[in-house]
Design a protein around this ligand. Sequence first.
Ligand code: ADP
Length: 632
Amino acid sequence: MLDNYADASLLAEQGDGKVAGIRQALETSVEIARLLTPSPALVPLLKQLCDLLYERYPWDYVAILLVDPAGASLSAWAVVGDAPPDLDLSASRVPVEEVGLIGQVMRDRQRALVERAGRGRRLALPLTVEERFVGVIDLGGPWLVDDPALDQLACHVALAVDQTRRREDEHQQRQLLERLNDIGRTLTQTLDPERVFDTILLQIADIVPHNRGAIMLQADHELVMRATRGFPEHADPLRIRVPIREDDVYRTIRNTRRPLLIPDVAQRSDWQFVADLPPAQSWLGVPLIVEGDVIGMLSLVRERSNTYTTAEVALSVAFAQQASAALHNARLYEDLSKVNVTLERTVSELKQRTRDLEVTYQQLKRLDQAKSDFIAVASHELRTPLTVISGYGQMLSIDAAISADDYRASVVAGLMAGATRLNTIIEDMLDMARIDNQAMGIRPEPLFIDVLIKAIQPMLKQILRDRGITFKIDRSLAKLPYVEADAVGARKVFHHLMVNAVKYTPDGGSVRIWGRSLRADETALGKEAVEVVVSDTGIGIDPVVQDLIFAKFYQTGQVSVHSSGAEKFKGGGPGLGLAIARGIVEAHGGIIWVESPGYDEEACPGSDFHVVLPLRPETALPDDRMVGEYGG
Ligand code: ADP
């Protein structure tokens, strides 16, 4: 430094100060450019610049002070040498930018030169780049020469500072973006909405530091704090409710869907101070937008005014967008979890019901078996005494003495009629027992349905006449091809259907039987078949019970109100006819069902019983013993 000192004084003495000054400034600028090559950080660079100037010039001190991008306050500085007390920034209580020489340059953006008592001069030069004010360089000492070349030097210092600052900003920006990405990832992996709120606040504290942060969500006409950071514990922040008012900050954010920065909340008349909280100074509010709706805001408070930078606002917005997406995800996940829970509950209820049903089914099966066993035993047990009764009855009916006595003859005839009816019931029970025990052997033989039906018809002749019911065998029946079916079984099927048709049709009604051939593709059987329909104009059947009537012992209505007699109108029966018909039809590989608009004894909508029998049944050879029993 001494050499420079000597050089400078010498050059000044030689009267060639101007040229020397320019030369020195140029050489210093080259040195400054060299300092930039290893890309130093801003604060070390300031120190290096001060050291360089202090070394090359005969000054007592060199200070470089930078301002923030808004040009309002000091942001970084370095001081080398014996500087005046107002540059002792660590000790000063009043911000240097507000008073003294530096304050003056910051305000006026003009160079300022002052005399220092006994210590030479002090020169403060504004540092500007493309008319942007970046700071002040302050120099002083007895040998200070106010040379225009110093302005040139200041210009180079400003450029060096600006370049470094830009590079640092870019670097910082890149790092922040990477950080933001990481945060975004963390957030989207957080699927619990409550944790999303806390994570949002925790993460943003790192990139946009603040004193108090809160996630406030709108609930009707107020804002509710869902997560907070930095609030004093005694304030119990999660219980704080802030009413939403006309044109307040939240309304503004919600309407504009943009962030709102308030550099000094004291200036806002609509600011709602919350009791128990340290006073806020500057505030940043960022909307949280989920699926296009503003659902609340991110609120960041600093206890100093004018502190949020444009970059911080931009970062907060980017962050809030990620947070909103995470929130949306978390909500979707929550909804999904709720659906899952309901689903799991439903599944477990269903499983329980299935178990219950299984238990009930097993019980019903046991009951059904017990019923079948009873039918089998009862029918066999009843048959023997009935044979005895019928035998004696027959003997009595041919007894000459009884035949001669009308009264006795009618008693015996009644006895015989009862025995015959009982025999029919026992026969039905035996058929049912065979079907239940899958002992329904069938012996297929070629059978014309119209012949079969015409053979049954005479059995109903008397009752049809008594009750004035028209019975019609449609011509279509005669056109049907023959089917291979068990003659006895088929006869029983149509006998039961015809008896029922008569039984459930009021006097004066009609019964019609018709049929058609079916191609393989026209029936669910998937093979050629005939369809025979027994159609009546009777009381009809409620759709609810149309399947149930094919179960054994099923009878609609109250059994007690049925009139007795096999073929009388609504005459009582054991409820086995349709169960037997279905058993036999299915044993042939066929299907049977009923179609009826409903049950109505007044309107008599009628019923159609459909029987579809395959032309050739695929059944095993009959069990001779069982078939033999058909005949009784
Ligand atoms: P049952 O005639 O001995 O009662 P079924 O098994 O033959 O027993 O019939 C069961 C029930 O189906 C009958 O009680 C009756 O309610 C109903 N049903 C059967 N055929 C007809 C029909 N053609 N019209 C109206 N209801 C019928």
